[in-house]
Design a protein around this ligand. Structure first.
Ligand SMILES: *Cc1c(COP(=O)(O)O)cnc(C)c1O
Length: 467
């Protein structure tokens, strides 16, 4: 497909402005550029077609199944967007006098109350702009707590190897030494390994639960007890709360602080290019260190972002929570778990689950045997799914499973869609044995086949340059 710049024809316009009937004002000479900007010149029809064509090349939740593990690509009710586009919410200014934005204040306060109740926490801030930013904020709470007590020997944060990759990065960004501990064969935290590293230098533990292989740690209470006993605090990575919301509360499991990605679980799609919100909650004793979200409290309190964070994401989350209500929130979680288990069982006859046990909202397939048999890799399977109209699952993550495909079907998929997905996986399993070549070269029907992933990550070309 051609770029909009390549479709440009000199002099082509879509004139919408009337002829100027006032004398033109001259701009100061020093502000005027020497050469005209290289903007595309194109008619309105062609512009509209260009963007519509681009839109058709994108796979979204409204186009088809999107089982991208850990990212909760679920369908989000349109009413959430509708509420977030109300002029009373969109036309405010962060410096508006408090009495003119008391409705917005109420949205923040109410959302904080509900999320505190869901997480089992006492305080909540909406400042962090995303999950990793929330983790950073949460671990800073832990740091400030130890600093305030003059406990300077706590220099280490423990991170199990089944954690999300952002966890060790966060701990390092906060100036901590990261202590990695291995998982037990059942996919849970190895308690012996945990005991062995706990000590006077432990600042805390960061835990993703359910972890990245989709397992709820059965020793969760023992884990938090051990960390507290050593004087550390417990951080809950609740980026994806889909399996537990309304069912169990991280606060009751013994965690001291948490971040939740409102842009996964609570109505804003993850990775959609828009803003997110990594709401951070904590227990009462950490509240003095919590950055405030108030519209007007301004500079005197700790801030990790300007003003109240991405406010409209909170509007969507509140709408979502109020629409589902006390009964709907746990029901959504239960259906997410049901759908994941259903799909795992339907696929199980072909590809092998990494952990063949009850999963939470997601599960991981281990394709290492399949690759040995056929030479077809997890990447080949993921690429082949594109030809069947399915978004690939998360690949090669978590690192503790080789040839991993991580699937999270979410609760908003019908049984028919899950059956179809299982059939597609079944077909690809067969194809791996009969026509591996086809799979090595998939996708056959996409705009982009197999970009050089190193180049794409290290030197992405995302900007058109005038020749
Ligand atoms: C998505 C995710 C994160 C990071 O969230 P971002 O908003 O992408 O920064 C952290 N932890 C877990 C478990 C996640 O699934």
């Amino acid at each position: 497909m051609k770029l909009i710049f390549e479709k440009s024809v000199p002099g082509r316009r879509m004139t919408v402005l009337p002829v100027c009937d006032v004398p033109p004002a001259e701009l100061p000479r020093e502000l005027v550029r020497d050469t005209a900007p290289a903007l595309p010149e194109i008619s309105e029809t062609d512009l509209s077609r260009h963007y519509t064509a681009l839109c058709r090349h994108v796979h979204g939740v409204n186009c088809g199944f999107y089982p991208l593990g850990s990212c909760t690509m679920k369908y989000n009710p349109r009413i959430d967007e509708e509420m977030a586009s109300l002029p009373g919410f969109t036309n405010i200014h962060p410096l508006a006098p408090a009495h003119t934005v008391s409705g917005c204040r109420e949205v923040l306060d109410t959302a904080a109350q509900y999320l505190c109740r869901i997480a089992g926490m006492d305080g909540m801030t909406f400042q962090p702009a995303a999950g990793a930013h929330g983790e950073f904020t949460g671990v800073l709470l832990i740091k400030q707590y130890h600093d305030a007590r003059g406990d300077s020997k706590r220099t280490k944060i423990i991170v199990p190897d089944s954690a999300h990759g952002t966890n060790p990065a966060t701990a390092a960004m906060c100036g901590y030494q990261v202590v990695n501990i291995p998982s037990a064969p059942n996919g849970c935290v190895d308690l012996e390994a945990l005991r062995a590293v706990l000590g006077e230098d432990t600042a805390g533990l960061m835990l993703t639960n359910p972890n990245t292989v989709g397992i709820f740690d059965e020793n969760i209470l023992e884990i938090t007890r051990l960390v507290h006993e050593a004087g550390g605090l417990c951080y809950y990575d609740g980026a994806n709360l889909n399996a537990v919301m309304g069912v169990v509360r991280p606060g009751d499991m013994g965690f001291d602080c948490i971040h939740m990605n409102l842009h996964k679980t609570f109505a804003t799609p993850h990775g959609g290019g828009g803003p997110g919100a990594g709401a951070v909650g904590c227990k009462e004793f950490l509240m003095p260190y919590l950055p405030q979200s108030s519209l007007m409290t301004g500079s005197e309190c700790l801030q990790v972002r300007s003003f109240a964070g991405n406010f409209l994401v909170v509007v969507k989350a509140l709408t979502y929570i109020m629409t589902l209500g006390r009964e709907g929130i746990p029901e959504a979680a239960q259906n997410a778990v049901l759908n994941a288990n259903y799909l795992m069982h339907r696929i199980k006859g072909t590809f092998t689950p990494a952990f063949d046990r009850l999963c939470m909202h997601e599960f991981v397939l281990d394709l290492s045997e399949f690759k040995k048999e056929t030479g077809v890799s997890a990447l080949d399977v993921a690429k082949s799914l594109i030809d069947y109209g399915m978004h690939p699952p998360t690949m090669y993550f978590p690192l503790i499973v080789h040839e991993a495909l991580m699937l999270e079907p979410t609760e908003t998929e019908s049984r028919e869609t899950l059956d179809w997905a299982a059939e597609v996986f079944g077909k690809l399993y067969e194809l791996g044995h009969t026509d591996p070549e086809w799979m090595h070269h998939a996708p056959h029907n996409a705009q982009i086949g197999r970009p050089d992933e190193v180049q794409a990550a290290r030197r992405p070309v995302v900007r058109w340059q005038k020749a």
